[in-house]
Design a protein around this ligand. Structure first.
Ligand SMILES: Cc1ncc(COP(=O)(O)O)c(C=O)c1O
Length: 429
């Protein structure tokens, strides 16, 4: 513990103040192996975080991805890929176009993170000449100033950064458990969907902004940072109808939910609609490299050369890794759905106040008797789980996200779930 304390103290001295919490999770990671993470003193933890949706293929990565990376590194890594061409970039773009929903011509822009993939989507839709964007309350889209203007997860994330230069209107997300109309969205999903669609169409569009000035509607297919909130099944079909009525492109932010997390390659495939733009990042880099991708309808392409570009996007190393990653994740889909069922069944039987999810993307929520969020209980569960040797991360006001690497075995799943149950029972008695 002495060494751990020393690293934490020195880190706090020299690193920017971000989101680390030395009290509840004093974790100094040394290495990872599959679904297990080891700290610098050899303590072993089971991981239900996947490095926030990055290590979908396990820690440090899948052996085949590491092999591909090693070979590519000795050949070509950085490639000035927006100025010159390289084959891995061309191949990954082609593969993402093939795999993503949307039976129309598509293209891809590569970057280095989720926020950048969202920034690119903002510029693409603004190329239509329209000015404003619509985003959902509770959504997270990144922390650079464009994507942060869309983010409405927690006020602290926007603290001291505004006012923002892009016009964004935030509207309620169809959260079945907690929404402004107090509709029980599990029992009355259509009522909840109508309330949201009406809010946009009859309130926002009649009183605040002409829909002809709206460049895009951005959403998360399942809200991640906002608490792993799954909307009613028909919501996106209705949103698509509304968007079609006014010719507004839909931007599907799959940075956290994409690439197999929900049991399908793209989470939006559960909801049977074809977005105009899809953003990806996190898991695409196989846990080895940062990468972002914006897949878009070809007619939305940047209208002039030079409107958008970057230095590292499309580099041969991350592209060859991404190609291997998508193939391996695709093969894992039956496994994710099988193990996901175990998670769903067991989590919903624990002493939690709400549980929701798809595949291996689950959220559990803790509330007080009047249904207001209970972050204290949630935080204690996170701390107790850590003492049990299980890493989990919070989401939303009083939820915990349960997102193990997709390669988790049934046995490992049961070990982790049992640790979590112990932690919850200890807090909730
Ligand atoms: C849905 C979503 N979009 C965008 C981002 C931003 O990604 P990054 O942190 O890589 O910039 C995140 C990060 O958690 C996210 O969950």
């Amino acid at each position: 513990m002495e060494k751990i304390r020393w690293v934490i103290e020195e880190s706090e001295k020299y690193l920017a103040n971000t989101t680390r919490d030395p009290e509840s999770q004093p974790l100094v990671i040394d290495r990872g192996e599959g679904v297990w993470v080891y700290d610098i003193e050899g303590n072993k933890y089971l991981d239900f975080t996947s490095g926030i949706g990055v290590n979908n293929l396990g820690w440090p990565s899948h052996p085949d991805v590491i092999k591909v990376a090693q070979i590519q590194m000795t050949r070509l890594a950085h490639a000035a890929a927006n100025d010159f061409y390289n084959i891995p970039q061309m191949e990954l773009a082609k593969r993402l176009v093939q795999l993503s929903p949307g039976n129309f011509s598509k293209k891809v822009f590569f970057s280095n993170s989720g926020t950048e993939s969202v920034e690119a989507s903002i510029k693409l839709v603004k190329g239509t000449g329209r000015k404003y964007l619509i985003a959902f309350l509770g959504s997270f889209h990144g922390r650079t100033l464009g994507s942060l203007a869309l983010t409405a997860s927690k006020p602290v994330q926007r603290y001291s950064a505004g006012p923002f230069s892009i016009g964004v209107f935030h509207v309620p997300y169809p959260n079945p458990f907690r929404n402004p109309w107090k509709i029980n969205g599990y029992e009355k999903p259509d009522e909840l969907i109508n309330a949201v669609i009406e809010y946009i169409d009859f309130w926002l569009f009649q009183h605040v902004v002409d829909p002809e000035e709206v460049a895009g509607i951005i959403f998360e297919p399942i809200q991640g940072e906002g608490g792993y909130v799954v909307p009613p099944h028909n919501f996106f079909a209705e949103l698509r109808k509304l968007a079609q009525k006014y010719n507004i492109p839909l931007i599907d932010d799959e940075v956290q939910m994409g690439l197999g997390r929900t049991g399908k390659m793209f989470a939006i495939e559960h909801f049977n609609i074809e977005p105009d733009i899809i953003t990806l990042a996190k898991a695409l880099g196989g846990g080895l490299v940062p990468v972002g991708a914006t897949i878009f309808r070809s007619d939305l392409d940047f209208k002039k050369k030079g409107i958008h570009s970057n230095t590292f996007g499309g580099n041969a190393l991350s592209m060859s890794i991404g190609l291997k990653v998508v193939e391996l994740i695709k093969e894992l889909m039956p496994h994710v759905n099988e193990i996901g069922k175990i998670f769903g069944e067991e989590l919903c039987q624990m002493k939690v106040d709400d549980c929701r999810g798809l595949g291996l993307a689950w959220g559990i929520e803790f509330v007080k008797s009047d249904k207001t969020p209970d972050p204290k209980v949630r935080d204690r569960v996170v701390t107790e789980a850590f003492k049990e040797g299980l890493i989990v991360i919070s989401a939303g006001k009083s939820s915990i996200r349960i997102i193990p690497p997709l390669v988790i075995s049934e046995e490992e799943a049961k070990i982790g779930l049992s640790k979590l149950k112990t932690a919850i029972n200890r807090v909730r008695g």
